[in-house]
Design a binder for this molecule. Sequence first.
Ligand code: ZN
Length: 242
Amino acid sequence: MVKALEDIIAASSSIVFFGGAGVSTESGIPDFRSVDGLYHQKYDYPPETILSHTFWEQNPHEFYRFYRDKMIVRGAKPNAAHLRLARLEQQGKLKAVVTQNIDGLHQAAGSKTVYELHGSTLRNYCVDCGKFYDVDFVANSTGVPRCTVCGGIVKPDVVLYEECLDEATMAGAIAAIRKADTLIIGGTSLVVYPAAGLIHYFRGRHLVVINMQPTAADKAADLCIAKPIGQVLSEKIDLDAQ
Ligand code: ZN
């Protein structure tokens, strides 16, 4: 708990949270952008190449090998940040979570209005007939997962490099940010476009950045907190921060 942030939360009635990989790392989900080196030991291509639409089309076996190994994380639990954001929504203070994460942990914590800019590993669809498959189906498959009805490839509902973000999700996120009185940015260095451009729609009073490293939004922010986000959003008193 950080008093300056709690004062802003207390004075706000329409908070939007915009989050990135740093929100999930405290639940044990690695940020693949920051651990690039590890993958080079096992894979012939960098993650940005493997997670592209072209690669998915041309090297599906290698795509799904990487995807099962690195992108599907099982047994992860919401952390203090996810839980606090869900409580703030229940209290009527927070109107939406906009996330770049694909792990479904905000919903697991109880959040209802979540705009998943990059999709979710929990949803998968046959590219031919549209049949839905859950994460276990893909996790337990071998080679390229195939639709049990029509034999089409089952593709994760995750936005790959070269693919467009979902228009309805973007529109919902923009509308929420436009109406917000407080925007809290957490666990993202705001380098991923177009998602990072969303913060330019904010017209409210308080901009807060919670991130271990400096971000592009720091200059415009009322409050920057360089601490682990679970600790910052926890309702426990943090003596060091007082
Ligand atoms: Zn099918």
